[in-house]
Design a protein around this ligand. Sequence first.
Ligand code: AMP
Ligand code: FES
Ligand code: ZN
Length: 300
Amino acid sequence: MKCTRCKETAIVSLPSHNAGFCSPCFLLFFQRQVQKAIKDKRLFTFADRIIIALSGGKDSLALAWQLQKLGYDIAGLHIDLAIPQSSPIARDHAERFCTFNNIKLFILELDKLGLPIPEINKKIKRPVCSICGKIKRYYFNKFALDNNFTVLATGHNLDDEVARLFSNVFRWDEAYLGDQGPLLPDENGFVRKVKPLYRLSEFETANLCFIAGIDYGFSPCPYSKGASFTFYKTLFDELEHKQPGSKLSFYKGFLNRGQKAFSGLNMNRGVKPSPCVKCGYPTSKETCGVCRIRQMMENG
Ligand code: AMP
Ligand code: FES
Ligand code: ZN
């Protein structure tokens, strides 16, 4: 197969774009997809201070690599979850990547913050993945605001977004459907959140890492087995295989035509949250979710 752009030998075939690319042209393709996402959805500008949530996995490292290449003002934030089977590997990759690329990396350790995930899993009888997600979002937001970052970027890719969209549609969750998308504006004590990789698939970010020589961590979380998102991803992979391009067209169709039907349906949106009485974080209750988790931990 020949490269669609320069006619050299292609090394990556992308049926969803009806194209194939050699290494340099793939890097250009990837960059253009990120630039298009930033421009179309007005995610941020060169004046923004961007903190990238760096898990140490391929997506967030590819995102940091690309935004640095484009000249944006970036730093990384890694949250060490204190899971012995996966956290040291993830942290090590985030640290080595940032040292090599000269990117400032901040690390928050849940162990030191009194919220190690394995302890939470032992003590609280609720799905630990959703608690973990809540804690991560809390610290992403708090860290960004406390340190004057104007934007928080995550490495969510097209596969993540499609699986989430499908799960929201499957449950007809109007509130979540109204809020889903690559941009959540800053309001009411929450920093602006963006997903600049929403046009790129997991396969494409893995290729970027391979071609750019980014050594990413693959250390699956021991608690995520059987998660419904993983199952939806395999369903969509099968669909994509039969009908290339269907993931991107499903998601773009939602952003361009579907989303407006649901906007404004999140009852919590527009309702001004008040500061948590314990930590000051914006919440619709008296104490925020993370302070309540902390309380449950303390009460055993
Ligand atoms: P996941 O939910 O694991 O697919 O992660 C989605 C995105 O959240 C990643 O691309 C990262 O940007 C961010 N993220 C997940 N886990 C961490 C972590 N431990 N530290 C920093 N960022 C994270
Ligand atoms: Fe948080 Fe698995 S429980 S990553
Ligand atoms: Zn609180």
